[in-house]
Design a protein around this ligand. Structure first.
Ligand code: SAH
Length: 254
């Protein structure tokens, strides 16, 4: 942040965290921190980094090592994004499950306008293999940086740089007033709770058979993740599921 940064600029950038999943090369972690700091992003979360802290990370951070010192290291992606109202997964592939894929500019504008006051995460995958399908199901939207069709995979820190730059531009353009309290987006933890609750209720009415799950769990997670549900909407659906469970209890159903 510089003295000239406006409150709306710092608000979007302050609410956004960069999450790096199982990064192999500590140099990439340092370079990502540098990319973030140049654009005014500060919050770095590392999911099971292969080597960290590491001298190579500090060297490549070139003065952004305060972000490395403050970085949170966690064991899983759900833990990294539990409190986020908006989670973007990044991918070099043109298609990822059925997630809506947008370029970073559109994603940043969406974040600036739709996320209210909620924390936002942008998730980056492993250098070799990217994000797993399960990890992508923790994300509500996917970001793909447009590239030449024959060579689409950027270096991890360079992908962070481009997204961070777009976040800064969107923040500078100024965000619309955020949604009212009741309109706040549901957090990732609330969405995961809704999916679990729906599965439990589905088992009880014999709609979902855990021993033969087929694609239902994935599709359900995608449906809930992609619906852009508000906090209050999740509460309505959880209330409905609880009423179904109570009715089954009263009827003496197993
Ligand atoms: N072979 C991997 C590429 C990994 S590149 C794959 O198929 O996904 C390491 C990470 O950098 C990716 O997981 C993603 O987070 C980011 N990245 C690389 N190129 C990207 C692009 N064109 N758009 C968005 N993110 C990209």
């Amino acid at each position: 942040m510089t003295e000239a940064d406006s409150p709306s600029l710092s608000s979007l950038l302050d609410r956004t965290r960069i999450v790096l999943v199982e990064t192999s090369h500590p140099g990439n972690i340092g370079a990502a921190a540098r990319a973030m700091k140049t654009m005014g992003l500060r919050h770095l979360v590392l999911v099971k980094p292969k080597r960290f802290p590491a001298a190579e990370a500090t060297a490549r951070a070139s003065g952004a090592d305060n972000l490395l010192v403050a970085a949170r290291v966690v064991d899983s992606l759900p833990e990294a994004v539990a409190d986020c109202g908006l989670v973007f997964g990044t991918t070099a592939r043109p298609r990822y499950l059925d997630l809506a894929i947008t370029p970073p500019r559109e994603a940043a504008e969406f974040a600036a306008q739709e996320a209210g006051e909620a924390p936002i995460a942008i998730v980056f995958g492993r250098e070799q293999t990217g994000l797993t399908n399960e990890e992508l199901l923790c994300c509500q939207r996917a970001i793909r940086i447009p590239t030449d069709a024959s060579f689409s995979s950027l270096n991890l820190a360079q992908a962070v740089q481009i997204c961070a730059y777009e976040w800064r531009l969107a923040a500078q353009t100024g965000s619309l007033p955020g949604p009212a309290e009741a309109e706040l987006p549901a957090t990732a933890a609330e969405l995961a709770g809704l999916v679990d609750h729906a599965k439990r209720a589905m088992v009880r009415v014999d709609f979902f058979k855990p021993e033969r799950p087929k694609r239902l769990p994935d599709r359900l997670a995608r449906l809930v993740g992609g619906a852009h549900l508000r906090h209050t909407e999740v509460q309505i659906l959880r209330g409905f599921l609880t009423a179904v469970e109570e009715a089954l209890d009263e009827a003496g159903a197993p």
